[in-house]
Structures are given as structure tokens and as C-alpha cells.
Design a protein around this ligand. Structure first.
Ligand code: BAL
Ligand code: ZN
Length: 875
């Protein structure tokens, strides 16, 4: 490997991990050096003394890639070699200044056995490939050169017996790019969707952002053993095979959607990440938040914008809001870390994307594009910071962005408290807002925290459900001066720029008292909204709001209120909200008379409206919802799970006939269609899946046979898995039969086996822990394969009934598993620990059970990755 970098000091300090590397030789300008006066090797670095510029430094290291079970650096997946260098894997290959701001050009030569490793890849362009010259040698070599300077975390190398699926893409300037997807030979037939997704991503980035690909070749390699989802190495993306391979029999609709989104995400990194990278790892969200925003927009432009937005917000609430309420709470730009691998979090990614979306909301589509253009013009080829990004946005924005930068520096989810009053005399609606920031970690004393800039997208509905036109709004500044802002004619949604701890907006020229106020449309800021609304107002919004996100949100709020009233034994409220929820669900299922469509609304949106908030979503929202209340804020997860299940059953009972009718209608409609992983049929399947779950949860004796029939007649993985999931929570014999059938039929397909492990792990059947423990020894399970570990052990922790079992058996299982996995792969064991980081949110019975296991883990000699999470969970 050849790399150019500048030496700034006489002692050159290079990162390196001596737990894997064995240093063989160091030569400077062709002369070998040795001895303590010339160099020192320590556990994490190599120091070479008295180096004068310019110098050629040649370092030879040895390591055993086969035993590299951490899957960081160069390792073996099956019979193939591959690399993962982000964040600090390159130092497990050789000694190097392994930081994102050291940009170098790389020339890589690979030598390998010709038969075992016919394919040898690295970044950039293939310069030469040849047999090793001696006559009977079985070796060959390949040299690659990447002309673009890049940090070491983007380096990649792959060698193995791989099959290529090839296609091309003609860029906007007429350049032909070769596209290749490399897989194990038996999987080559599963790459069509990934290839099509790549082509669509390349086109979309040109159309939407004017960004063209900058090399002649783009490779994707699918590997089975991978810690993350995928990696954006320059021109040689390496992917977890579950995010490349797909056929109707091995992938669900959701997998198809994820493949498209992640292929897009990694491709989009070529500009937001590779061409402009991060100055240091504290800036990780600069590339990840922005690239998630870009992949979200890609999905929205290709499919349904509201459905995609709802999915993104559900994901944010269940993962990132929960993280904010945990020992892992950190700002989008973290203040400290022990292991950067632990900070590839929902806060960096998903909250980071919300921060970008708020710029987008405030600037508008055109100005946002102008600002992004300026970002590329000014910073192409540089290693940058979130401050650089903020600077270009501020420069282009017509709204002053003061207070916005606190989204990067202050941890936690703000609570936005709202109240409204109609002022008949002046024909105004007064909207009073207050933001309450969470109690910060020590690094941010309360007195140093300032208000965050919250864009509040607002609309008003009349009695018939129509939007009232908006003309202007007024706001009284701290100085006492009132500013009136006119909104564009015909506008029915105004983005109110709320930047204070408290303030009042007056919406002018409102001729009548609105029947309902629609706040935070499209979820215009990542906050928890407290706004008192009656069941009638929420039902009105659920039925009529012109903003589909808020139609969904109103049903979710009814569900949250129903569940929280039952949880706190407020039976009158519980009855009111449960009834309102059932009516809303019934309304959502309405179909047009004489219409061929299954539902009036998009079936995908109906499925979302019918789904109740998950326990992960409910937990932090429930805690937040009662902050003003004298009630105990510590959660009882089993009680919460129980009342949630009850709400599912009560509402399903009230609309059982509607559910059955729609179930039959979706079955019939789907029967007419040949499987495609997109379009209206995916919505129909998701509605069908939602309904079968509700029915089996309502009465398994009555409905498990229906789920079993759905399983047996399914012609695709989506419906098969939906039926299997519904059955997995039941105790009926149909469950065992379906699971057995599934395994027998699909045991040779790794992706199906992983799904099979996961569905059993997530089951809510009581005492499932023993079944899951048994699966650890099943022939299909392998502790060294992250996908299997995440499915079985990670999946188990998402089952509230079993993870939080009152006897502590769930917590013990997780701790036992972490101890075992940590010996093999610390990045994976650290991720498994996530559920323990919320220990302090629970009532003593549960918290103490988790703490007992955390203390047990603390006493064991864990990896640095796992210890950091244990420490944070205990603080
Ligand atoms: N950079 C790590 C994988 C990803 O976010 O694309
Ligand atoms: Zn990324």
C-alpha cells in the first residue's frame, strides 16, 4: 500500500492495534530501522523517532484475518476476505494516522491464490491484474488505484470466489459507469432489486441534488458476516447480505424497501461523507444525519411521502426518543466517547436527519438546495464540521437561525407545551408555546442551556374539516416589539418559528373558532408535544386533517391517551378514549360504495392508523406525558404491555366485523395480483398483516386457523412472515406447526433462517426464554454471525413480556448472552446491551433486576465497547 501524507513532527505517531497486529519491519527511505531509540511499539500505537520530510516509510505487519472475529479491519466472511474500516478498523490492518481528517490517495496491490480468490478488489480503478510470473505459481495479483484522496476509514479490500452481476449507468454528462454487484455464486440470482435500486439512486442524486458519480466503476459486495448494515467505502461498498439479496421467497416488502433505502444511503455518501468528510468523529452526524435525510427523501420521492414520513417518525420515537431517556443520551454532536463504535446511534443518524429536515422546513426546498450547492462548492475535498454546515445554511436562509445550533449541542428531547384560545373580538387564534428542556447530563449544566429553534407547522380546521386559509401571524419579541409575518396567499399551513422558552403567536384573520388546531404538521420538529385536545377534536383531525401525518398522529394520540388512562386506572377516560379509538379505526377502514378499492384511504396509511404505538414508543412518551402530574413516572413495563394488549383487544372487538371484511377484501385483491414489492399491493399486504395480528390477539381460538391458512397459502415471504408473526404470539398448535413447516422448507436459505430465529425470539408467549436459550444450540445458530445474534438475542429483548419477566430470567439471559458474545465481537455485544441502558426508567422491581445483571457484567472483564455501555447504564 502506498500513501502520501505530510509529516508535521520529527516523531511520527501512528495508530495501530497490537492486539491483532504483529509488526514485522519498518523501513525509512529503504533502510530498516529497529531499537527503542528509533521506534517504539505500544498497545495502540507505533512511534517512529527522528523522521525528516520527505520520507518513504514502508511498514510490514502480519495478522490472522481468520481469527479476527471482531469483524473490524481485514477479516474472513465464509471463504472470502473483506474489510470494515469505519471507524477505526484500518489500524487493525497496518500502522497509520487513522483519523478522518488525514486524506491520502491509495494504491493497493493484492496477492492471492488464483483458484481460491479469483476476484480481488479495492477502491478506485483496476490498474493491472496478472499471474505471478514464476511458471508453477498458483498466485496472482491485482493493483488498484483510487485517484480521490480519502481518509483510511473509506479504504476497502475484498478477495474471494465471487460472482458478478453487471449493469451500467449513463450519467448526466454522458459518462458510462460500470456497476457490479458481487455475491457468493449461489446468490447471484438475488441481486436484481439492489441493482435497480442503485441505478435509481444515481439518477435521483443527479435530478434532486445535481450530483454525478465521479469514477468509472461502482462495486457492491454482499457478505454474510457484517457488524453494520453496509459501508460506503469509495467505489467499493461492502454490504450485509440481508441488504442486497432479495427474492419474493426470501425477502419481505420491508426488506425490499430497506434494500432500496440502504443502497441509496451508501451511494449518497459518495458526496455527503466521501467527497466531504468529517474533521473528527464528534462530527459523525455531519455525514450520517445528512445522508439519512437524503435517503429518506429518496424513499419519499419514489413512493408515498406521508407513509414514508410516518415510518421515519415511528422509528425516531421508538429508538431515538428512548435513547434520549437512557444512560446513552447524548447530543447530535457528542461531547465525549470511549469507543466511537458505540456512537453509531439513533441520535447521530435519525435525530441528525431531523435536524437537517428542520433546516429544510425553514429554508424551503429551493433555498435548501441553494445552501447544499454552496456546501459542495465551498467544502468539496475537505474534512468538515457541523458548524461549517450550519454556516452555509445560515448564510442562505432568509429566517435568522439563532438558537438552531443548540440542536447539535444539547442532548434530550424537548417537550413543547401548547395551549390555544380563540379571540372572537379580534378574530385571532392565540397559540401559547413553551419549551421544556430535559435535565441535562453533567456536561451541560441547566443554566447554560438555551432555547432551541422549533419550527411549528400549524394549520386550522373548520367544522366541516376544511383547512382555514391563513394570512399572517404576529409574535411579540422579548424586546416588546410585535413582528407580523405575512404568509403566502392560499397557504393553509404556517411554519411558526419558535425560538424562546415561552412565547405567544397570534394567528390573524381567523373568522370563526376553529374546530381543531393541527400542530406540528409532518412532525416539523423532534419534540414531544403536550397539547390538550378532546377525544372529539382528535377524531375530527383523524378524519379530516389535510395533513396525512397529523391524521395518523391523531389516532396515535387517541391510542396513547387510551393506554395511559388504563395504565393509571382512570376508567372513565379509558372508556372514552378506547371508544373514540375504535370509532376512528372503524372510520379508517371505510370503503367507497361500489368501489373496487379495499379502503377509501391509501391502504398503507390505513395500516399505519390501525397500528398502536409500540412499547418502545409508548415508554418515553408516557414518561413525558405525565411530567406535570403527581403520578409515579417510573414505568411498570409488564403493566404497560398488558394494557396495550387490552387496548388492541378492546378496539378489535368493537370493529371485528369490519376487520374481517377488510381482511377478506385484501385477500381477494391480492389474489388478483402477481407479487411485486412496490405499489398499492404493499399497502394491501401491510393492512392484511395488521389485521391478522389484531384478530389473533383478540381471540386466538377463533382466528389462529385464519392465520394458519394465510401462512399455508402465502405465495411470498411478506404474507408468510405476517401470518407466522401473528401465530408466534399464540399458544395454539398452529404455531408449532407453522414454525416447523417454515424451517423444513427454508433451512438452506440463510435470510429465511434468520427471520425464523427472530420471529421466535420476539414471541410474547410467557416463559419463552427457555425456548430462546434452546435455540442458541440449534444447528442454524452461530454466535459469530451478527445477523443471527441480532435476530435471536436482540429480538428477545424486544419482547416486553419475556425480557421484563418478573423473575428476572429475561435480564439474566441477556447478560449471559452479552458475556458470551463479548468474547467474540465487542461491537455486537455493546449493541445488545442497549435495553439495559433504560434501567432507571423502571419501577424498582425491574430496575433492580437489570442493575443486578449490570453489576455482574461490570465485575466480568468485558471489552472496552461493552464496558462503556455498562458504565452508562449504571450512571
Ligand atoms: N458509515 C457507516 C455505515 C453507514 O452509515 O452508511
Ligand atoms: Zn451512513
Amino acid at each position: 500500500m502506498q500513501c502520501d501524507f505530510f509529516l508535521g513532527a520529527t516523531s511520527l505517531i501512528l495508530d495501530g492495534d497490537a492486539s491483532i497486529l504483529s509488526l514485522q519491519q519498518v523501513c525509512i527511505n529503504g533502510e530498516e530501522i529497529s531499537g527503542d531509540t528509533k521506534m517504539q511499539v505500544e498497545q495502540d500505537k507505533l512511534t517512529i523517532h527522528n523522521v525528516t520530510e520527505p520520507a518513504e516509510i514502508r511498514i510490514t505487519t502480519r495478522f490472522n484475518a481468520k481469527e479476527n472475529t471482531e469483524l473490524a479491519g481485514l477479516y474472513k466472511s465464509g471463504d472470502n476476505f473483506c474489510t470494515q474500516c469505519e471507524a477505526e478498523g484500518f489500524r487493525r490492518i497496518t500502522y497509520f494516522p487513522d483519523r478522518p481528517d488525514v486524506m491520502s490517495t491509495y494504491t493497493t496491490t493484492i496477492h492471492a491464490d488464483r483458484e481460491k480468490f479469483p476476484v480481488m478488489l479495492s477502491n478506485g480503478n483496476l490498474v493491472s491484474k496478472q499471474k505471478v510470473s514464476s511458471k508453477d505459481s498458483s498466485m496472482h495479483s491485482a493493483t488498484w488505484h483510487d485517484p480521490w484522496p480519502k481518509p483510511s476509514y473509506l479504504f476497502a479490500l475484498v478477495a474471494g470466489n465471487l460472482t458478478a452481476t453487471r449493469d451500467t449507468f449513463c450519467t448526466q454528462s454522458g459518462k458510462n459507469v460500470d456497476l457490479v454487484i458481487w455475491t457468493d455464486p449461489h446468490n447471484a440470482h438475488l441481486t436484481a432489486h439492489a441493482m435497480y435500486s442503485l441505478q435509481r439512486a444515481m439518477k435521483w442524486d443527479e435530478d434532486r441534488f445535481g450530483l454525478e458519480y465521479d469514477l468509472d466503476l461502482f462495486n457492491i459486495v454482499a457478505v454474510d458476516d457484517f457488524n453494520m448494515g453496509a459501508m460506503e467505502n469509495k467505489s467499493l461498498n461492502v454490504f450485509n447480505s440481508r441488504l442486497v439479496l432479495a427474492s419474493p421467497d426470501t425477502a419481505t416488502d420491508l426488506s425490499y424497501e430497506q434494500i432500496e433505502s440502504v443502497v441509496g444511503h451508501e451511494y449518497f455518501h459518495n458526496w455527503t461523507g466521501n467527497r466531504i468528510t468529517c474533521r473528527d468523529w464528534f462530527q459523525l452526524s455531519l455525514k450520517e444525519g445528512l445522508t439519512v435525510f437524503r435517503d429518506q427523501e429518496f424513499t419519499m420521492d419514489l413512493h408515498s411521502r406521508p407513509v414514508a414520513r410516518i415510518n421515519d417518525v415511528r422509528n425516531l420515537r421508538s429508538r431515538q426518543f428512548a435513547e434520549d431517556k437512557s444512560g446513552m443520551s447524548h447530543p447530535v454532536r457528542p461531547i465525549s466517547y470511549e469507543k466511537i463504535d458505540n456512537f453509531y446511534t439513533a441520535t447521530i443518524y435519525e435525530k441528525g436527519a431531523e435536524v437537517i429536515r428542520m433546516y429544510y422546513t425553514l429554508l424551503g426546498k429551493e433555498k435548501f438546495r441553494k445552501a447544499i450547492d454552496l456546501y459542495f462548492e465551498r467544502h468539496d475535498g475537505q474534512a468538515c464540521t457541523t458548524d461549517d454546515f450550519f454556516a452555509v445554511m445560515s448564510e442562505v436562509s432568509s429566517v435568522p437561525l439563532d438558537g438552531f445550533e443548540r440542536w447539535y449541542t444539547q442532548a434530550g428531547t424537548p417537550v413543547l407545551k401548547a395551549s390555544s384560545e380563540y379571540l372572537k373580538d379580534t378574530q385571532q387564534l392565540r397559540l401559547s408555546l413553551q419549551q421544556v428542556l430535559p435535565t441535562p447530563p453533567e456536561a451541560h449544566p441547566v443554566e447554560h442551556m438555551g432555547p432551541q429553534f422549533i419550527p411549528v407547522s400549524t394549520g386550522l380546521l373548520d367544522d366541516n374539516g376544511n383547512d382555514l386559509p391563513l394570512t399572517s401571524y404576529s409574535y411579540q419579541e422579548d424586546s416588546g416589539q410585535t413582528i407580523t409575518t405575512t404568509v403566502d396567499q392560499g397557504t393553509t399551513t404556517a411554519v411558526l418559528p419558535f425560538k424562546a422558552f415561552s412565547g405567544e403567536f397570534l394567528i390573524n384573520n381567523v373568522p370563526q373558532k376553529p374546530a381543531a388546531v393541527s400542530l406540528l404538521r409532518d412532525f416539523s420538529a423532534p419534540v414531544v408535544l403536550h397539547y390538550n385536545q378532546t377525544a372529539e377534536e382528535l377524531q375530527h383531525l383523524a378524519k379530516h386533517d389535510s395533513n396525512p401525518f397529523n391524521r395518523y398522529e391523531s389516532t396515535q394520540k387517541l391510542a396513547r391517551l387510551a393506554i395511559s388512562a388504563s395504565y393509571y386506572q382512570e376508567s372513565n377516560h379509558a372508556t372514552t378514549f378506547n371508544e373514540a379509538l375504535a370509532t376512528t379505526h372503524g372510520n379508517a377502514l371505510e370503503r367507497e360504495d361500489n368501489s373496487k378499492t379495499v379502503t377509501k384511504l391509501d391502504p398503507a396509511a390505513v395500516a399505519q392508523m390501525l397500528s398502536l404505538p409500540s412499547i418502545e414508543e409508548l415508554g418515553p412518551l408516557l414518561i413525558q406525558d405525565i411530567t406535570d402530574s403527581p403520578k409515579d413516572p417510573l414505568l411498570d413495563p409488564l403493566l404497560l404491555n398488558g394494557v396495550r394488549t387490552q387496548a388492541i383487544q378492546t378496539t378489535a372487538e368493537a370493529i371485528e366485523n369490519d376487520l374481517l371484511q377488510t381482511f377478506n377484501a385484501t385477500t381477494e385483491a391480492l389474489h388478483q395480483l402477481e407479487y411485486e414489492p412496490h405499489g398499492v399491493q404493499t399497502g394491501l399486504r401491510s393492512l392484511k398483516g395488521q389485521i391478522i395480528n389484531r384478530l389473533v390477539a383478540l381471540d386466538e381460538h377463533k382466528h389462529a386457523n385464519r392465520a394458519h391458512a394465510m401462512f399455508e397459502t402465502a405465495t411470498n415471504m411478506t404474507e408468510r412472515m405476517m401470518a407466522l408473526t401473528a401465530l408466534s404470539h399464540s399458544t395454539s398448535n398452529y404455531r408449532t406447526d407453522a414454525l416447523d413447516q417454515f424451517y423444513q422448507r427454508w433451512r438452506t436459505e440463510q435470510l429465511n433462517v434468520i427471520a425464523w430465529l427472530g420471529v421466535q425470539a420476539r414471541s410474547e408467549v410467557v416463559n419463552n426464554v427457555s425456548k430462546v436459550r434452546a435455540l442458541l444450540s440449534h444447528e442454524s445458530f452461530d454466535m459469530r454471525t451478527p445477523n443471527k445474534v441480532y435476530a435471536l438475542i436482540g429480538g428477545f429483548s424486544t419482547s416486553p413480556a419475556n425480557f421484563h419477566a418478573a423473575d428476572g430470567s429475561g435480564y439474566e439471559f441477556l447478560a449471559d448472552s452479552v458475556l458470551a458474545v463479548d468474547q467474540i465481537n465487542p461491537q455486537v455485544s455493546a449493541r445488545l446491551l442497549g435495553p439495559f441502558t433504560t434501567a432507571n426508567n423502571y419501577q424498582p422491581l425491574y430496575r433492580d433486576g437489570m442493575v443486578q445483571q449490570l453489576l455482574r457484567l461490570e465485575r466480568a472483564s468485558l471489552s472496552g465497547n461493552a464496558s462503556e455501555i455498562v458504565g452508562k447504564a449504571l450512571r
